[in-house]
Design a protein around this ligand. Structure first.
Ligand SMILES: O=C(O)CCC(=O)C(=O)O
Ligand SMILES: [Fe+2]
Length: 246
């Protein structure tokens, strides 16, 4: 028999709702979380049945992440390697969610509405569709479970680094009403460099486009994320210069 702890860090953490002690209600979901990089997980602590597949998946995702970040830099009119140089490919956390059937799905959700805190997230989901939703204006829209498709989310950190040129996306997962479990795997890209200040990149601010956000330390930022319940776009609002704006 093996025991898993809920504290994230080295190795693998297994939990039902990482924000269980901060949230008003529990969501219908279990999660296995592993930090893949900059330090590899303690592989012995990762369940054997998914060890090899996760290692292989992380390699593939890192390659795609590099390509996507280069394109996103081009879109900002800055050099292609900028996000890579800022170590944004290096802090990778792999989170595997398991959403079993919920007997009363109308009473809770699978994952509360939130934006991802990092730079980019890549999500793959199994065939149980109709549960992942993205907010477009005031409407929740289904993200269809297309076989082989990878869902890419812009995170709050990229929104702030790009000075609002890119917007993080609010999303949620409904509680699963059907018999088969919904499974998804999300890889979060975050910077591994903890010594610099984060905020709008100097290249994207100008007198006509002044910085919308204050600079902050990544530790401070991520501590705020983990000490509150998941909910909406509160982090970007917190660092906005005029925090009366939505
Ligand atoms: O299960 C999903 O498809 C979404 C996962 C997610 O949004 C997250 O882990 O932040
Ligand atoms: Fe998310």
């Amino acid at each position: 028999m093996r025991f898993y702890r809920r504290e994230a860090g080295k190795g693998a953490a297994y939990s039902t709702n990482f924000d269980l002690y901060q949230s008003k209600a529990a969501s219908w979901r279990d999660t296995l979380q592993m930090r893949m990089s900059p330090v590899e997980p303690d592989w012995e602590a990762v369940p054997e049945m998914c060890r090899a597949a996760l290692a292989e998946w992380d390699k593939a995702v890192a390659g795609l992440g590099e390509e996507l970040m280069s394109i996103l830099c081009e879109g900002l009119g800055i050099k292609r390697e900028k996000l890579k140089e800022l170590s944004c490919l290096e802090g990778r956390v792999c989170v595997s969610h398991y959403y079993p059937q919920c007997p009363q799905p109308e009473l809770t959700v699978g994952l509360t509405s939130h934006t991802d805190p990092g730079v980019l997230t890549m999500v793959v989901q199994n065939e149980v569709g109709g549960l992942l939703q993205v907010k477009c204006g005031d409407e929740w829209v289904d993200v269809d479970a297309v076989p082989g498709a990878i869902v890419i989310n812009i995170g709050d950190l990229l929104q702030m680094m790009s000075n609002d040129e890119y917007k993080s996306v609010q999303h949620r997962v409904l509680a699963n009403p059907v018999e088969g479990a919904r499974v998804s795997i999300a890889v979060f890209f975050t910077p591994s460099n903890r010594d610099i200040l984060y905020g709008p990149l100097p290249e994207v601010i100008s007198t006509t486009k002044p910085a919308v956000y204050q600079e902050f330390k990544y530790e401070d930022y991520i501590r705020r994320f983990f000490t509150k319940e998941l909910d909406g776009k509160t982090l970007t609002n917190f660092y906005k210069f005029d925090n009366t704006k939505a």
